[in-house]
Structure formats: C-alpha cells, structure tokens
Design a protein around this ligand. Sequence first.
Ligand code: 1YM
Length: 653
Amino acid sequence: MDDLLKPVNHEYTEDQIQVLEGLEAVRKRPGMYIATTSEKGLHHLVWEIVDNSIDEALAGICDRIIVTVTKDNEIIVKDNGRGIPVGIHHKTGVSTVQTVYTVLHAGGKFGGDSGYKVSGGLHGVGGSVVNALSSKFEVWVGHEGKMHYMSFSNGGHVDGPLHIIGDTDYRGTTVKFKPDPTIFTETTTFNYNTLKERFKQLAFLNKGLTIELIDEREEPNLHDSFLYEGGLKQYVEFLNSTKTAIHPDIIYCEETYNEPAKEGQDAFAMEVEIAVQYNDTYQPNVYAFCNNIFTPEYGTHEEGFRLALVREINKYAKDKKFLKENDDNLTADDCREGITAVVSVKHPNPQYEGQTKTKLGNSEVKPIVNKIFGDCLSRFLQENPDEAKTIVEKAMLAAKGRIAAKKAREQTRKSAMGISTLPGKLADCSNRDPELCEIFIVEGNSAGGSAKDGRNRQFQAILPLRGKIINVEKARQEKVLDNKEIGTMISAFGTSFGPEFNIEKLRYHKIVIMTDADVDGAHIATLLLTFFYRYMKPLVENGHVYLAQPPLYKVQYNKNVQYAYSEQQMDEIRKTIPENAKPLIQRYKGLGEMDPQQLWETTMDPNNRVLLKVTLDDAIEADRTFDMLMGEEVEPRKEFILTNAKFVKNLDI
Ligand code: 1YM
C-alpha cells in the first residue's frame, strides 16, 4: 500500500516508518497476533484494550471500567486509572500514548519490568494490534485537569499528534475503536452475551472492581454492572447456585507471596486467591486462572492446589480417626467429587505450555500454592469440625464408589471380551470406515423401525432407545453403568468411557441424536448430551455429536411437497402457495408419524437434511447449563435444545 507511507500532517522519521511497517505486518497476517479473524478474534480486540484497564486495577489505581457498544458496533472502553502517560517517550520521540498504540508489544511492558507488574492478555499483544486492525481508533486521556486526545485511521495511521482539547475533571484513559470490516470479514457485530459473560468473570476475578457494560444498539439500551466485593468467594457461590451445597461456609484464602531477590533472580510478588465449596453432585469442577486467563489445561497452580487438598483431607481423616491407620489414602479424585473450586494466581512472568498454550508452566508456583492453600484448608478443617466431617465423609463415599465402579468396569470388560460385543438392538452399517459412518440414536420403537427401513445401510447405523436414560448428573458412576441404554451406547461406539475413553476406537464419526421435536424429545436429547459431556467429553470437543432436525410440517398441494423445519419457514411456505390451491398441511407430532421414505428424505439424507453440530465454546458455562437443564423445570430445557447457540451451531450437511 503506497499511501501507507504518505505523511499525514507531519513528516515521518525513520522510526515511524518502521512502526507503520510493524502495523502493516499485523494487517497482513492478523492470525499471527489474534489467532483468528472470526467472531472470536473480533472480541479479542475488546479483551486486549480492557486488559490495560485491568492492569491498572491490579496496580490498585483504577476501580471502574465502562464498556459501551455503540449503534455502529464500535467499542468504547473507559477507565478511571492514572491515564496513559501524556509526555514524550524518550525512546521513540513521540508521545507515550502514540507509542503504546503504534509500537508492537509496547503494551504493559512500558512501565518497566519491575517484577511486580502483572499483565493479562493471552498473547500480550496489546493496544497496537487493536489499532492496526481498526479502521478508526481514538484515545482520550484525562490528566491533571486537561483532556488529551489523538486519533488514528485505517490501521494505525496517525491523524495528528496527541494534543489538549480542553479542561476536564476526568482522570483516566478512554479508547474508542471500530474494527476494520476488511479484516473481520466474517462479522463485525459484537455479541452482548459474550461480552457480558467475560466481564462478569473478570469482576469475580478482580474483587472490588466495577465493570459496566452498555449496549446502545438496543432501545432501551442494555445495561449490566458487575462488582463483587467477595471476589472468588462469590464466584463459587454463583457456580454452586444451580446445585445444593453440602456445607455452609466457603473455604477461602487470599494471600500475596513475596519472594526476595536471590542470586540470578529478581524479587517477585505473586497473588494467590482460592475458594472452595462442595455440593451434592459427583462432578469435580475446578477452574484455574492465571492473570485472569482461564487455563483449562491447568498447570502448576492447580497441581499445588490438588496436592494440598489431598494431603490435608487425608491428614485430617487419619487424625480424627475417620480413616484407620492402615486404610488406603483417599485419592485426588475422591477428594474432588462434588467440589467447586476456583484457583486464581497473578504472576508477573507467566509461562504457558500445552496444546493450546493454556497450561501454566512456572514451576515455582506449585510449592507456593501448595503451602498457602494447605495452611488455609488445614485451619478450616480444624475450626469447622461439622463441615470437616461432611467433607471427609463425602470423599470416603467417593472412594467406596470408585472401588465399586472399578469392579463394574472389569465386569463390563469381561463380558465385552466375547465375540458378539455389539448390542442386539443395533442395526449396524456395512461400511467399516469410521470416518464415513454415522449412528442415529433414535427415541422410541416406531421411529426406530422407520429409521431402520429408511436409512442407507451402507454407512448409517440405527440404535433405537427403549428404556429411560439415567440422568448422569444425579447419579453415581456405578448406577450410570447399570443403565441398559447407556451400556448399549458404550458398546456400540466402541470407545469405552470415563478415564478409559479412547477416541481412536470410535466406530462412527457422526453420532446423531434423533428425537421428536417436542419437550420430551428435547429432554431425552439433553440427557444424552449430558452423558456424552460428562463421560465422553472428547466426543463433544472433537465435534462428533449432532442433533437431527426433523421437520415440523409437511405441506402438500397439487403434486408439490414441501417440509418446514420451523414456524418461520412454515410462514414463508404459506406465502408461496397459489390462491386456488387446496393445501394439505400435516403437523408432525413425532418421528413415528413419518414413514421410512419420509424420514429418509427429510431428516437422514445427507443431501437434504440439516444437522446441528453440538459445540462447546465455554466449558464453565456448559457445566452450569447442564446443571440448570437437569433441574426440575422443563421449560429451560426446551429453550436450550431449540435455541441455545452456545452449544449448538447450525450446520448444513
Ligand atoms: C481504555 C484502556 O489503557 N489504561 C491505562 C493504561 C496505562 C496506564 C494506566 C498506566 C500505566 C503505568 C503508568 C505503568 C498504560 N501505560 C502504559 C505505559 N485503558 C488503559 N491506564 N501510568 C499509567 O504501567 O507504569 C502502557 S498501558 F507504558 F505507557 F506506561
């Protein structure tokens, strides 16, 4: 781009040309800096700018951040921190504001690497990348009674230097940007819910910080405000609000660890905050964060936490004679059944490892968390004997369940050693290449019959479900395994389950849940999804699970036959029916009402059908949602299956 190098208002120096080349590199390969230019990448821009405000909050100076989505899908982030320094930066010769937003990686690092400054941002790319990917970018800094302003256009071209535009009482930094539609070609529309969920989480993780969100695209404007004085204590309360806690008090610690300077290593400070409460389910929910970033692959902070948890529970159980001297120790899994825990550390120099770079690698973190949480838990158990008893007994029950489940698994394996391991109800396909094979899990006998007759036997297998599927959210593992329908699915898939789950053995790469388009069907689908999510998570993570979409209506007139899959589609079809035609409109109440040919045409034929792919974008929300869905109320379940885009993505196949 030639005009890139054209001066705007002032001459470019050698340094500034380099700067523009840097920003141009970001525009050429945005994926290197924000991983994706999809909707996810679009939101990443907001996180980057907000991260700078959060850093200021961590420094103890800013306590309020307001984020606004304008009518034009621009973002305004306003904080009440010190304001980015307004003076000339000694290295670049231009204002620090301009430096922060034009020099790559200039972000948080400019304050000097004191070892006390914590910085978030998954990639730490900072504001300059956001500027590079914006068609318009503006900054206001309120400092010592004056409002300073500067703006950039078309990917970081300076419109003019930082200058004073008037007097103000405001102290802080405000940034407004418009993502460049030529970069974000998929979408430039911000999702209110995505923003809201993240800001709520950030407010939990940074106690005392108020984060407000305003959406001006809606009339009246949408508005949410988050402030949690209790920090992670309130986070755990919130996560457990869909469950039943088994003890009243939350185990909680918050401590700053100071490491003095040693040979070859600077002094550093690290913050540890942990909250724990057990509930009456059997699932462990441990969420770990470093510098406000979720680390689903865990790492040294979670290792330290887990060590302390197991050690202190065993110590207490032996001390108080719940366990006899010679009894086996409780395992980590025993101690985590029904736990809800949030572990958050703030570290000046985090190192990430793992497949998705979300595993904390710093080895010094493990003993620090181990010590801090160990002391905290030990004190809690000593001071709260009733609650301690509840927790130890829960872990001992888990141990019993673990031993019983192991026996049950051995049984299943033994019985599966025989030749005919496939369940009798399964109508298998003839192809043996898993990549090409599909299995339809069908509710009800008559639908199962139609599906068997209508399918393409080469690559489509049918597994009709007869009995009830157990709600795995409310049952122990051995009970789950006792359930016939579940056992049938496990042997049909070929993968085993739980810790022994092996995706390589999966016999069908598409697992299609086919239930009636009513509340009962939605319930069965949800029970199945919950089972997959809890016991065969990689199936969902790797995108093997789908929901079939049977039509709601059949419209017939003259020789014309059409199917409608939604009320909206039905309305559209109605409009196309000629006036004098006498249409026959049939509403399908269940899959069973369709003959094999119709079922094939509308729901199973890869050329016509619409499958919904089940996805998992947000694991924490997913856990809560499954709890919610498995509660007593029917309506939210129906709502979930029919509309929840968080799990279910539309996909035409
Ligand atoms: C809406 C975005 O960027 N706030 C913000 C940024 C900075 C400071 C305060 C700040 C930091 C320091 C000293 C320091 C930044 N400053 C820099 C740099 N909000 C937003 N608020 N004084 C002010 O880290 O020591 C980078 S970000 F490098 F210039 F100091």
